[in-house]
Design a protein around this ligand. Structure first.
Ligand SMILES: [Fe+2]
Length: 134
């Protein structure tokens, strides 16, 4: 069952950001399904690995763009990214130790994504667009 659905409220208007956010929503849904399904150990580890890879790649792309254009809120924004990656590492450690996903992990991820996109990504969007990023 999907636990997060894309809608236009999440659109920053920056092409690569919106495409990567949609992919992150998909992999969070896949993680939630994996954690509840058969072969949960393998599928959860796989989905979590994909989520980590895609998240890190997305944060790198966003951070490079913010830095290239001198976005003044860069440090605080990058700090939020670092904290999420640490949480994902904690989830991975639990899964690797055979404990499964910590309770509340997928709900946390959904809330984090929604809040981060609405508050933090929407805060850089007008600045980057004014600098010609599309
Ligand atoms: Fe971000």
């Amino acid at each position: 069952m999907s636990i997060v659905h894309w809608n236009t409220d999440f659109e920053t208007g920056i092409g690569f950001v919106d495409a990567q956010h949609r992919d992150l929503f998909e992999v969070v849904n896949r993680l939630s399904e994996a954690a509840a399904g058969p072969e949960r150990a393998t599928q959860t580890a796989r989905a979590l690995g994909d989520l980590m890879d895609q998240t890190v790649a997305h944060f790198r792309a966003e951070e490079a763009c913010m830095q290239a254009h001198g976005f003044p809120g860069f440090a605080a924004h990058a700090g939020e990214h670092t904290r999420l990656v640490r949480e994902l590492q904690r989830f991975q450690a639990a899964v690797e130790a055979g404990q499964g996903l910590p309770p509340g992990s997928t709900a946390f991820l959904v809330e984090w994504l929604k809040h981060h996109i609405h508050q933090s990504d929407m805060a850089y969007a007008p600045f980057l667009k004014a600098h010609g990023v599309q």
